[in-house]
Design a protein around this ligand. Structure first.
Ligand code: NAD
Length: 426
């Protein structure tokens, strides 16, 4: 046999393992008893369904779908559904646990769940996508429901897909049931303010954290990685409050302007660009995404994807404050480096929880059949974000740990205490 190069040791940290490492640390600090630890690590339910549909060319194809409920100690389960060709049950399990901690930190009466269909939406027609969505929903009819488990959009799923889920579920239960899913179009019972909610939440906690650090908005500079829903809205709302956005980026690279980027102009540019990217934007000098993360600035908002701040670039990060718009942008091995450097990090499970919070509002409004104004939504979102930030800040101080660990301690402790009070049935 000819010589084969050994497989390279993967350098990438798995964001879900990173999350579990932090959960383990919180469990250790809380001295969780082994049984409770085991309980909180194990998903309550894992469902695999096959989804046969007739494709447009007449052939039959079978897709695989998952729904994992991690825990429902705090209430019905909540979590998005993603469509992706490479999604695995393990990934869905980890994402479901993530939702449990996020809801617990935010004081939302939901447990955590996540769902997925292994498919490539880019290769499917609209009719095929609708069939997959309806069959997936029908297969999960005993699992999902407004009092049991409430899906939402995630990677490659949108308002239209949520509308099909709502309709399919409603057809089966013989009544219109809006509260079975969130992230719906406004006209079908979606909540005002949902589209902007995550970016708005990022803005709210950024200002709260800056206050703790004594940073003045009108004198502070911000760098935002990622210019999609979360990044562009965070940048827009922070600019409106007087902060100077000195760099933005997307998949095409970074754009730096020390005098300040015109965020509105950048948003319009992306909207009008057929590729829906910043490629060719002339409001700043072109830099790489790697350079962008290491810029001199007061606030850095990673709002693109996971694994961006690692042990390799963390020593060169110059921001005073990092607010995690994305899920898992910082690896566990970067945590101690940032801490050592005295950089305050507002962790994802608090910083980007505005989305799930307004999803919760959507569910409440659907169940009441009474809809709030955008002002009411924004005001309640602000109250919940500030209260979560404050709670996490105080716990972190009390235990003398980072905000990230503080958030996990708060979440794990809350779910563990609820579990103890409810007791184990069996
Ligand atoms: P999006 O698809 O709207 O935007 C993603 C942006 O990141 C795009 O501008 C894309 O070009 C850019 N990007 C992708 N890869 C990149 C790379 N390697 N370097 C730089 N930029 C890159 O997605 P979104 O909804 O804004 O979500 C962004 C992150 O926030 C994800 O981690 C998501 O899980 C998280 N999040 C989103 C919400 C929400 O309500 N949308 C809620 C919570 C968390």
């Amino acid at each position: 046999m000819s010589y084969q190069e050994p497989a390279p040791i993967p350098d990438k940290e798995n964001p879900f393992e990173s999350m579990m490492k932090r959960f383990d640390k919180a469990a250790e600090i809380l001295q969780l008893e082994p049984g409770v630890y085991e309980f909180l690590k194990t998903p309550a339910m894992q469902v695999i369904v096959s989804i046969p549909i007739q494709m447009d060319d007449g052939s039959i194809k079978v897709f695989e779908g998952y729904r994992v409920i991690h825990n429902y100690a705090l209430g019905p389960a909540k979590g998005g559904i993603r469509y992706a060709p490479d999604v695995t049950l393990d990934e869905v399990k980890a994402l479901a646990a993530w939702m449990t901690w996020k809801c617990a930190v935010m004081d939302i009466p939901f447990g955590g769940a996540k769902g997925a269909v292994k498919c490539d939406p880019k290769k499917l027609t609209r009719v095929e996508l609708e069939k997959i969505t309806r069959r997936y929903t029908a297969n999960l009819l005993d699992i999902i429901g407004p009092d049991k488990d409430i899906p939402a959009p995630d990677l490659n799923t949108d308002e239209q897909i949520m509308a099909w889920i709502m309709d399919t579920y409603s057809m089966h239960v013989r009544r219109t049931e809006r509260a079975v899913v969130t992230g719906k179009p406004l006209i079908l019972g979606g909540s005002p303010g949902r589209r902007e909610a995550t970016g708005r939440g990022v803005m709210i906690v950024t200002l709260a954290a800056m206050e703790r650090l004594g940073l003045k908005p009108k004198k502070s500079t911000v760098v935002v990685q990622g210019f999609g829903n979360v990044g562009s809205i965070s940048a827009k709302l922070l600019a409106e409050r007087g902060l100077k956005i000195i760099a933005i980026s997307d998949i095409t690279g970074g754009y730096y302007n020390k005098k300040g980027i015109d965020v509105e102009k950048a948003i319009k540019y992306v909207q009008n660009n057929p590729e829906k990217t910043l490629e060719g934007f002339d409001g700043g000098d072109k830099i790489t995404n790697e350079e962008l993360l290491e810029l001199e600035c007061d606030v850095l908002i990673p709002a693109a994807r996971e694994d961006q701040i690692t042990k390799h670039n963390a020593p060169r990060i110059k921001a005073k404050l990092i607010v995690e718009g994305a899920n898992g942008p910082t690896t566990a091995s970067a945590d101690p480096i940032l801490e050592e450097k005295g950089i305050l990090v507002v962790p994802d499970i608090v910083a980007n929880a505005g989305g799930v919070t307004v999803s919760y509002f959507e569910w409440v409004q659907d169940r009441m059949g009474f809809y709030w104004t955008t002002e009411m939504v924004n005001e309640r979102l602000e109250r919940m974000m500030l209260s979560a930030f404050e709670n996490v800040y105080n716990i972190a101080k009390a235990y003398n740990v980072s905000l990230r660990l503080g958030a996990y301690i708060l979440a794990v402790d809350k779910v563990a205490k609820t579990l103890k009070l409810r007791g184990i049935y069996g």
